[in-house]
Design a protein around this ligand. Structure first.
Ligand SMILES: NC(=O)c1ccc[n+]([C@@H]2O[C@H](COP(=O)([O-])OP(=O)(O)OC[C@H]3O[C@@H](n4cnc5c(N)ncnc54)[C@H](O)[C@@H]3O)[C@@H](O)[C@H]2O)c1
Length: 367
């Protein structure tokens, strides 16, 4: 067991993260005892149900009024059908304004439950128990709650904040290593966009070889969270400086949507960051060596750095037309002027318009 430590997210006045390893049986009840509620709804997906869901439900139902709702798993189900099913199911089971939702799962469950919590009675309480590396280190550190539409990723959503985040890193011991490596792309991104020293520390760690045992997973989750916190502290709504977190996501989201789940979110961002780095280089902002630094660290991590051959630049660019970052200025990118620093776009937005020819060249250079 690794003792609980408390980190403040700054998402709202107080939205703490309770972080530890193998602490769920001892610490979770302490936190739940502080809440006054008529009922908890434990919401998870069918995959997690088979690993931890039943155990957690049995444990909680001994001490609390808890109902279980199991949703279909995966990105393809992060949509309005699943969210609507959840909302109607909660009404069917007599949810009240005093009830509390528990999002037990990865980023998909977290986003669906977060959005449902925002919508029911114009907002009810919820908290996260994230159990993937991506959700423990990235998606919970955001007020953004969104589902996908037929047109694109995260197109329907709201800003809404959980009561707290309960992060037990021992849940990650069962997560496939490929997904952990994919999620670490977002940690590397935090270095690339905001903290040069952290980027080189991560590079050193990865080059030495990553071992995903209990102690290292705890450590990696802790440093990943700490690498994102200063950015969301500065801009919890991710509308100004927080936009830099979208580095690699403009093409990353398009590739993720086109590949229909073949690559994880983090793996698509890995490719997206290479394209964004190449655009930065073509615009004279980032040196060739710094583009190579991107390739070196992501190749050492083992995430994809090339666009899969089944895609082409035309389809990717067409898909980017539906990006949720598109506005009156068109499709926009977060770009670097050096490792650890992004360039500021118009109106302090950190989003930059890029000539379509340059976008196309950077994509074509990435096959
Ligand atoms: N700001 C934000 O809200 C934000 C930030 C980053 C990512 N996201 C979203 O998060 C989602 C990706 O999240 P994810 O990577 O957690 O994927 P996920 O939620 O789909 O979970 C991955 C899969 O692994 C299974 N799984 C989960 N935990 C497991 C465990 N401990 N052991 C074994 N299997 C486990 C799940 O059932 C699921 O099928 C995307 O939809 C992305 O858009 C949101």
């Amino acid at each position: 067991m690794i003792k609980e430590i408390v980190l403040e997210t700054f998402l709202q006045e107080s939205t703490p993260i309770y972080l530890g390893s193998k602490i769920w049986e001892s610490v979770l009840p302490e936190k739940m005892n502080e809440l006054k509620t008529d009922k908890y709804f434990l919401i998870t997906d069918f995959n997690i149900m088979n690993i931890y869901g039943q155990t957690l439900y049995d444990f909680l139902s001994k001490n609390y009024p808890v109902e279980l709702i199991v949703l279909p798993a995966g990105e393809v189900n992060k949509n309005n059908m699943t969210c609507n099913y959840l909302i109607e199911e909660l009404f069917e089971r007599n949810i009240t304004k005093s009830s509390v939702l528990i999002a037990f799962g990865g980023g998909v469950i977290g986003n669906i439950v977060g959005l449902a919590a925002a919508l029911i009675f114009r907002g009810i309480r919820f908290f996260h128990i994230p159990i993937t590396f991506m959700s423990q280190t990235d998606s919970i550190l955001s007020r953004k709650q969104a589902i996908n539409s037929m047109s694109g990723k995260n197109m329907i959503g709201s800003y809404y904040t959980p009561l707290f985040n309960f992060v037990d890193t021992s849940f990650l011991l069962s997560e496939p290593e490929r997904l952990v490596r994919g999620a670490l792309v977002e940690t590397i991104k935090n270095g690339l966009i905001f903290n040069r020293n952290f980027f080189y520390e991560m590079k050193e760690r990865i080059n030495k070889g990553l071992v995903f045992n209990e102690e290292n997973l705890f450590d990696l989750v802790k440093i990943s969270i700490l690498s994102k916190l200063p950015i969301i502290k500065n801009d919890p709504s991710e509308k100004a400086l927080g936009m830099i977190l979208e580095y690699g996501h403009t093409t990353g989201h398009a590739i993720e949507k086109l590949l229909k789940g073949k690559y994880s979110h983090g793996e698509c961002v890995s490719i997206g960051m290479i394209i964004a780095a190449r655009i930065s280089n073509k615009l004279g902002l980032l040196s060739h060596d710094e583009v190579e630094e991107h390739l070196d660290i992501l190749q050492a991590l083992g995430t994809p750095t090339k666009v899969p051959d089944v895609l082409n630049s035309e389809t990717i660019m067409r898909r980017m037309e539906l990006d949720n970052k598109k506005d009156i200025h068109g499709i926009r990118f977060v770009l670097l002027n050096e490792i650890g620093s992004c360039i500021e776009g118009p109106e302090q937005s950190y989003m930059v318009e890029v000539n379509p020819e340059i976008q196309k060249e950077a994509i074509n250079d990435s096959f």
